[in-house]
Design a protein around this ligand. Structure first.
Ligand SMILES: [Zn+2]
Length: 61
């Protein structure tokens, strides 16, 4: 085992919060947002940025 544990990277690092009294921006949704959720919508209404479809590379040669 190495002495260079990756746990050191996570020690004593303050977590950024975005306010605990926010609600989802979706119409009619009163879901409270987590202070750690940087989005304006709850996870139900959060729409991830669509990624362009990727054509899988042929596995053959
Ligand atoms: Zn919502």
């Amino acid at each position: 085992m190495s002495d260079h544990s990756i746990s050191k990277l996570y020690g004593g690092r303050p977590r950024k919060t975005y306010g605990a009294d926010r609600v989802c921006a979706a119409r009619g949704c009163t879901t409270r947002l987590s202070a750690y959720n940087k989005n304006e919508h709850c996870w139900t209404h959060f729409q991830p940025v669509p990624r362009p479809a990727r054509i899988p590379a042929p596995s053959g040669q």
